[in-house]
Design a protein around this ligand. Structure first.
Ligand SMILES: Nc1ncnc2c1ncn2[C@@H]1O[C@H](COP(=O)(O)OP(=O)(O)O)[C@@H](O)[C@H]1O
Ligand SMILES: [Mg+2]
Length: 259
């Protein structure tokens, strides 16, 4: 199972939009996908219309506290091949409570290790906005980070995420995809690219353009591929999916070539 975490230390940059739609795109391609909402604001959980009657016992908080197995809180969705783990506001409190133990940032990774590796091909994690113990837990197990940039402020916030990444993952055993998102004003897009260049942040091939339909998918079960399959938002999400698949497949190809 490959773990893909969508993250930046800034709200509104497009994390939940990308996490939800990328998960749906990978599932549509036939992969078995698990989407994990790790944001206490539970945006993805709401998009999947899963909040009705949901208590913290049905969310990631229960296995993190040791009150349930992870498999007890994996829910199906209306999307074929796509399952998900809900979040709840209680996750924030949980984050505050764990910091006294030394290895608190490993807890989520340990819970994920309960899963049989063959059960899912991909785990997509929607990380929280703030530097927090929950963000550290989201960083610890990831194979790939997707970082959306929708403003020059996102470039500044990236530095905060990056220093946390260096602390938690000193071995540098992960991939990074820095993705431009929702930059519909040409001047702003240019400034963001310049700032990224100055900071030596390489920009991914894929870009998610501004797409009004993407901003409305929350009312329609969360996936642009179902709601507006011909939109530029859908095209761009499929492009990102292919970049993610290529990244993991080329690594596999390299291993075979070196064998
Ligand atoms: N490419 C895009 N085109 C249009 N709207 C977008 C795009 N990406 C994100 N949005 C909108 O921007 C807002 C913030 O995105 P969201 O995914 O919620 O960010 P985050 O999870 O990082 O806080 C949402 O209203 C979302 O619908
Ligand atoms: Mg979000």
């Amino acid at each position: 199972m490959k773990i893909v975490t969508v993250i930046n230390a800034k709200g509104g940059c497009g994390k939940s939009t990308i996490a939800m739609n990328l998960a749906a795109a990978l599932a549509k391609d036939g992969a078995k996908v698990l989407l994990s909402d790790m944001d206490p604001q539970a945006q993805v959980t709401e998009w999947l219309h899963a909040t009705d009657g949901l208590t913290w016992e049905d969310t990631i908080v229960a296995p993190l506290l040791g009150h349930a197995e992870l498999t007890d809180v994996i829910h199906p969705t209306i999307h074929k091949n796509l399952s998900f783990i809900a979040s709840a506001f209680a996750l924030e409190e949980f984050g505050r409570d764990i910091v006294q133990s030394d290895d608190y940032y490993e807890l989520y990774g340990r819970v994920l290790a309960q899963l049989s590796p063959k059960l899912f091909d991909f785990l997509i994690v929607d990380a929280p906005n703030q530097i927090s113990p929950i963000m550290e837990n989201s960083i610890y197990p990831a194979d790939l980070f997707i970082i959306p940039f929708e403003s020059t402020k996102a470039v500044k916030s990236y530095a905060n995420f990056y220093s946390l990444l260096m602390e938690i993952r000193p071995a540098n055993d992960y991939h990074l995809l820095h993705v431009l998102n929702n930059l519909h004003r040409a001047g702003l897009r240019k400034r963001v690219m310049e700032r990224m260049h100055e900071e030596h942040i390489p920009i991914a091939q894929s870009e998610i353009r501004n797409c009004g339909w993407l901003a409305q998918v929350d009312e329609h079960g969360g996936s642009i591929l179902k709601y507006r399959p011909r939109s530029k938002g859908a095209q761009d999400i499929l492009g990102l999916r292919d970049e993610v698949l290529d990244l993991f497949n080329s690594k596999k190809r390299k291993k075979v070539a070196n064998a």
